[in-house]
Design a protein around this ligand. Structure first.
Ligand SMILES: C[S@@+](CC[C@H](N)C(=O)[O-])C[C@H]1O[C@@H](n2cnc3c(N)ncnc32)[C@H](O)[C@@H]1O
Length: 269
């Protein structure tokens, strides 16, 4: 399968703007996720949809991999990840999770962070991840709890929908029903994985002030910033002020939220 131009490539292009919006929080989730997986050193790892390298970098730092491969369809993200991870000997390739360019059974751990809901054919992506895992190896991933505990986005969409009924259809909580434990378990069991388990991972997302919270939404990259920048100036200012009024701003101006991810793991028989 060719990499989908106009698909991931169009929506995800700049690591520099991705990092302050989501990359830095994914890095925190990645640490907890790897603690949960508790894998021994010396394994072969694949990160499917590595983006700027949040999860792959955590694998390199914490898991002493023998081999570390990472793929993503976005040329901009792969370049960014290559700059950060090249020194660690990681193999970085442009590829789609629905068509992984690897032989069957080549990896001990096949992982992915915050990707599955963006893939149009999710059963196919999980089946591909299972295909390239070794017998006895593990497939594991995490996604945001868009409908609930991913507060920085939940609060954005709640404010957007209150002002603009058209935002309801774009709200990631509604658009990504797969991002819940039941559907994740169903996908993994449907791919023939054994011993499937799910859990929540909560990380703190603390902002110095409102501007640090708001500025990443002005990048236009990813669904919520894309919606934000599709608004006219007046509507965007109304959204900004509604958010400012609804967020729990502390006396020192700080805003302390939590981001919840749902993680799932399963073993290839
Ligand atoms: C929210 S970012 C997550 C990036 C990184 N894994 C992280 O945790 O920060 C979503 C990523 O999914 C990638 N993506 C979108 N569609 C994909 C597909 N069909 N196959 C693989 N990756 C895809 C995007 O290019 C982007 O890097």
């Amino acid at each position: 399968m060719a990499i989908m131009a106009g698909d991931a490539e169009d929506r995800w292009w700049s690591g520099d703007v991705y990092e302050p919006y989501v990359g830095r929080w994914s890095r925190l989730v990645a640490r907890e996720f790897l603690t949960w997986l508790d894998a021994p050193a010396g394994l072969d790892w694949l990160d499917a949809g590595c983006g700027t390298g949040a999860l792959a970098e955590a694998v390199a730092e914490r898991c002493a991999p023998k081999r570390l491969a990472a793929v993503d369809p976005s040329a901009g993200f792969i370049d960014f990840a290559r700059r950060r991870l090249g020194g660690a000997g990681a193999e970085l390739l442009r590829a789609d999770a629905r068509d992984l360019p690897f032989a069957a059974g080549g990896f001990d751990r096949v992982v992915s962070g915050l990707v599955l809901n963006f893939v149009p054919d999710q059963p196919r992506a999980v089946a591909e991840m299972a295909r390239v895992a070794r017998p006895g190896g593990e497939v594991a991933l995490y996604v945001w709890d868009y409908a609930g505990g991913m507060e920085l986005m939940r609060r954005f969409w709640d404010a957007a929908v209150a002002l603009d009924p058209n935002a309801r259809a774009l709200d990631e909580g509604a658009r990504f029903p797969v991002c819940r434990p039941g559907p994740l378990r169903g996908l993994f069991e449907g791919a023939g994985l054994d011993g499937v388990d799910t859990r929540a991972i909560d990380v703190p997302t603390a902002f110095r002030d409102f501007d640090e919270y708001w500025t990443p939404f002005l990048s236009g990259q990813a669904p919520a910033p894309g919606y934000c920048m599709s608004l006219g100036e007046e509507a965007r200012a109304a959204l900004r002020e509604r958010l400012r009024a609804s967020l729990p701003v502390r006396p020192d101006g700080g805003i302390h939220l939590t981001a919840r991810a749902w993680a799932v793991r399963g073993r290839r028989g």
